[in-house]
Design a protein around this ligand. Sequence first.
Ligand code: GLA
Length: 375
Amino acid sequence: MPSSDLPSIIADARRAFADHFGAGPTHAAHAPGRVNLIGEHTDYSGGLVLPMAINAGCAAVGRTSGRPAGRVGIWSVNQNEAATLDANRLGPGADWHGKGWSSYAAGVLAVLRDRVGHDLPSMEIVVASDVPLGAGLSSSAAFELSLCALICSMNGFKLAPAEMASIARAAERGYAGMPCGIMDQLVSACGVKGHALLIDCATETTTPISLAPLGDLAVLVIDSTVKHTLVSGEYKRRADGCEEASKILGVKWLRDASPELVASRAGALGDELHRYARHVVTENARVESFIRAVAQGDAAEVGRCMAGSHASLRDDFRVSCPELDAIVDACAAVPGVIGCRMTGGGFGGSAVALVRPEALDASRDAADLALTTRF
Ligand code: GLA
């Protein structure tokens, strides 16, 4: 792409590289964060999800260096911190859990080295991101993918984007200790400009979906500023609960259970797993309805799907918070807002709204007012 179209965060990373390592980097990579339109907390149950890449992302720049093989020096602009990792002797993933941003870097290096099947050279790397941290916009997938793409390009590894997504996910699960699904990494690697990406997480197949039939609209992301921390028990509790529910129901993927099966096994599931299962199967159906409604230009149905998704995440899956509920209620009431819901892992983070351009200011104001008057 012409240099004027390059994300400006790449220039920031290049400048920081010169400051930190005293020379210019030879390679650069960039990977976007994401916002999810619908299909929440279903990826680890093999469900359908519909995220889109956003214009904020992470830049990674670097060069190989003459130091002993495998010695990787990484400077994080956002953390204002350096890490030095021995890429060829990183130890078991579990040793890295809870070690902050360097655990994500260690994971990418370790998993990539295993996949390519040979040792890595020494490298100097700078990462810089303009995805807000803890806002539910997948700063971690952007970090992992930009680092993975950079190392591949510096070393001539030819990996398909979906393979890089799988490496990034394995890094996050094994090293950062976050038992995530594939959604964030796959959309960061395979997102298509101007489209949302339908992902069937059981087969990991992707289909770009244009929102054009809905007419002029903007995708508005509203940060509740409540910081979510997903490398914590609540996300894992739900991922484990969904797996347990699928065993009780006798299905490979929880998304394959019918609503009737879930209802008929309510007693065996118990309240918590029953709520989780009901969320997953109804959310999966809402993604299908959403896609159909988009193709038919049916904005009202799109809005109903988003409202249903939010209610299910709030009441059944219980991953919303009062701030997100207030934003969603306030925004959805603004004329010209097609639909609004929480997005991402929840427990804070952001809401997403599909908004007619002329209603953008009013919806932003409504969300601000809801936050400032109630919290
Ligand atoms: C986080 C995880 C994803 C997905 C979402 C919820 O972003 O990384 O895999 O589970 O939460 O939809």
